[in-house]
Design a protein around this ligand. Sequence first.
Ligand SMILES: Cc1cc2nc3c(=O)[nH]c(=O)nc-3n(C[C@H](O)[C@H](O)[C@H](O)COP(=O)(O)O)c2cc1C
Length: 386
Amino acid sequence: MTSRRKFMTILGGGVILAAGGIGAWATSRDPADARKPWEAAKALDAGASGDPRIFALSHAILAPNPHNRQPWVAELSTPGEITLYFDTARRLPETDPYDRQLTIGLGCFIELLAMAAAETGHRAEVSLFPQGEPQPLLDERPVAHIRLIADSTVERDPLFAQVFLRHTNREAYDTARPVAAATLDDIAAAVRTARIAHATGTEEVAALRALSWEAMEIELRTYRTMKESVDLMRIGKAEIEANPDGISLGGPLMEGLSLVGMMDRQAMLDTETMVFKQGLEAQKVQFDTAMGFLWLATPGNSRADQIAAGRDYVRMHLAVTEAGLALQPFSQALQEYDEMAGKYADMRAALRISDNETLQMFVRLGYGPQIRPAPRWPLTTRIRSA
Ligand SMILES: Cc1cc2nc3c(=O)[nH]c(=O)nc-3n(C[C@H](O)[C@H](O)[C@H](O)COP(=O)(O)O)c2cc1C
């Protein structure tokens, strides 16, 4: 069903809108400004003589990252060098209490930066946490110091061709199209250091669907974790364009629901309301249509391990995209807070994660519809002077 038809059905009798008017209104609701950083990167020419750091950073900001917080800040005062910082105002204290996932996002950023640098004939020499590894939280110290060195022997990465096509896909996947284990074996070749494994068998997929949904229900029913998400929701074009990050709920359907009062933030937090129950049902579709799973584990859980996991994660996502598959992380059972402890242990057991390993990413896979790019802050807002 198209968004427009769904919208009209939900509106039912109570609200009267002229059908012709809805079409024109709907097409005006696209948060196009929030997607401009994708267009800006696409318009750059790797062969042009500009600053290679701008080319590299323009692609790096397109990296996947938890709740689309985009916690990166680049400092460019020394020519040819980038110092990468974490924006301490962009934490997720409830669902990412040790900044593990945010660090993975920074790893994704570094990997895309290095891939883009190679396109311009530069090798990215990355020195991680040059002033020490921040624990138990990331802090004001640099995440990485990166030098771009002109190098005619640097190899371009074929996965770079997927950067503009890679998107986190939260739509229903096609339950009539299984995911072949052999396809996932090919994808595994993209990963450099983490251990990657997969599940495609009917029974195992069913068990993992159930377990990951139970974990999601805990996150949704725990007030403080749910509130963290609700606070980061950007509903409709105006909110998304004003803050092109967080959880963007765009499109005419969402905006229409908001107009008729069905996107009330207080109601979303109350497990007794219809709004909450309908939200739950809508999310469950993602779990019911998972056709396979992939996961990444690292031998340790240092900041360097987390960065490496991020570098591998985005490579895996690019390879998944190249294979024509869609992907969505289900991170809930991997999160380190008290209410989740039981599912955290169950997930590790189900995936046979050994005692000395950390489960860093867990994603569902399938064949899904095409989707639009997620919002990004313009690069200029992510650069700071010394
Ligand atoms: C460490 C990490 C955890 C994530 N966990 C989830 C998740 O649990 N559910 C989800 O829908 N997306 C998850 N994502 C995807 C991000 O929300 C997504 O990358 C971000 O919104 C930007 O969108 P894009 O990937 O389409 O560019 C995660 C991404 C990372 C890097």
